[in-house]
Design a protein. Structure first.
Length: 74
């Protein structure tokens, strides 16, 4: 039984490695972020804007909660 399971495992692992796509190019060098203006905007500027807007949004929510708590306490 053990030999049967081992042979099944070997066959499955051979099939999995046999399904690797050959038509996709294999990049030999890393992606250069500073290559074009679009990549700079997409990978650097937009994430920074999203983080800043999220921080501003959270601060506004916390201020509104403080005001709401102050009005309920009075």
């Amino acid at each position: 039984m053990r030999a049967f399971l081992a042979s099944i495992l070997l066959m499955v692992s051979g099939l999995v490695s046999g399904q690797r796509p050959t038509s996709i190019p294999d990049p030999s060098e890393p992606f250069n972020v500073f290559e074009s203006a679009e990549s700079i905007i997409f990978y650097i500027v937009l994430p920074i804007i999203i983080v800043v807007l999220y921080i501003i949004w959270r601060r506004r929510i916390s201020k509104e909660k403080k005001k709401e708590n102050e009005t309920h306490q009075q």
